[in-house]
Design a protein around this ligand. Structure first.
Ligand code: SF4
Length: 363
């Protein structure tokens, strides 16, 4: 099989059974260029837990009237977190937070108190502070952005991210996304496209097990591939599994099967085999099974933090880096640290001088 898969080929992989699965796993090995498995040592900073969406699987968003909610972190708090992360040798400042939080009055009031008008002004300033006052490199993942906002964020982020999750409009009718206007796939594909036009190194991915069909998984992977081929900005594709957690709206929703994860990782690997795009599987969502995905072509564990929890999956702690190394080596691979931005983008075609200088301190 070549790496130029069409929808039918992908569906064949997603429906594979028995020894076919083993054969496909062996196929992925042919495309491996080395035995390195990467991760990025980061700190995860949730600037706000307020979000305009309400996804059925969300365990991150908090209501504005929740006394525990992070409405908007103070700059000084963020700087203290970043300084602590520096002490742990972290290189990536991952700013992940709810989308369009400034639609809520309580966030507007905080922004005004801190001297900002819009969330985007605050985020740009936080990223600038990170570059000015720390050695960490910003990577922002804050939902959909307009072309103009992305243009501003590009100047202060080495890379950015937004999960496509799924390209099907049908999911907007299901519990996963029926209260989440920001999960409209057209909007998300437009954000990812604009990032490509602006030459922003970009991370995206799909979320499986939220009510999609296999056809829709195939179409989602192909939609990402199309943008990747057009703009060359997709550095990694995350294959993430839905994990039910008590208390979320979809707590009784069935998890995707282990084999479905295997099939989807294989499909992603073979689809992107000609593109120098990494396939990432979050190790904390696959505690006992993570190693097998390395045998299906996954070559990246994503961000792993020695200092902060995975706020989006708060019940799934990251493995320690020692543990990650052990399980990677046990599977026959070598664990190696990467930056949030992949090597091939570290040049003036993609990044400005300030970012290149900041990155050079880590090389
Ligand atoms: S999953 Fe993300 S977009 Fe959806 S409600 Fe939670 S924070 Fe918002």
């Amino acid at each position: 099989m070549t790496s130029n898969l069409n929808k039918e080929d992908i569906l064949h992989i997603l429906n594979a059974t028995d020894s076919e699965i083993i054969e496909y796993m062996a196929e992925t090995v042919k495309y491996r260029e080395n035995n390195l498995i990467t991760y990025s040592k980061n700190i995860f900073i949730p600037l706000t837990e307020i979000c305009r969406n309400d996804c059925g699987y969300c365990n991150f968003k908090k209501n504005p009237d929740d006394p525990e909610a992070i409405i908007l972190k103070r700059k000084e708090e963020v700087l203290a977190d970043l300084k602590e992360a520096e002490g742990y040798g972290c290189k990536e400042a991952l700013f992940t937070f709810g989308e369009d939080a400034d639609e809520e009055e309580i966030v507007q009031l905080k922004l005004a108190e801190y001297g900002y008008e819009k969330m985007i002004d605050y985020v740009v300033d936080i990223c600038q502070m990170t570059l000015d006052e720390t050695t960490l490199i910003p990577h922002t993942n804050g939902g959909n952005y307009s072309y103009d906002d992305l243009k501003r964020l590009k100047e202060v982020n080495a890379s950015m991210g937004l999960m496509l999750e799924n390209s099907s409009n049908r999911l907007m009718e299901l519990p996963a996304h029926n209260k989440s206007p920001g999960k409209n796939p057209e909007l998300r594909l437009e954000t990812i496209r604009n990032a490509g036009k602006l030459k922003i190194p970009y991370t995206t991915g799909i979320l499986i097990g939220i009510g999609e069909t296999k056809e829709e998984i195939a179409e989602s992977l192909l939609a990402i591939k199309e943008l990747s081929d057009e703009y060359g900005h997709i550095q990694e594709v995350i294959i993430q599994n839905f994990t039910p957690i008590p208390g979320i709206e979809m707590e009784s929703w069935p998890e995707p099967s282990f084999l479905d994860m295997i099939r989807t990782v294989i499909a992603g690997t073979l689809l992107f085999a000609d593109s120098d795009v990494s396939i990432q599987v979050p190790p904390n969502l696959n505690n006992d099974t993570a190693q097998i995905f390395l045998l299906c072509g996954a070559d990246d564990w994503g961000g792993v933090s020695p200092v902060s929890p995975d706020y989006v999956n708060i019940t799934s702690p990251w493995p320690g880096i020692d543990e990650l190394q052990k399980l990677t080596e046990d599977a026959g691979f070598e664990l190696t640290e990467r930056l949030c931005v992949y090597e091939k983008y570290i040049n003036s075609e993609w990044l400005n001088d300030t970012l290149l200088t900041s990155i050079s301190e880590h090389q």
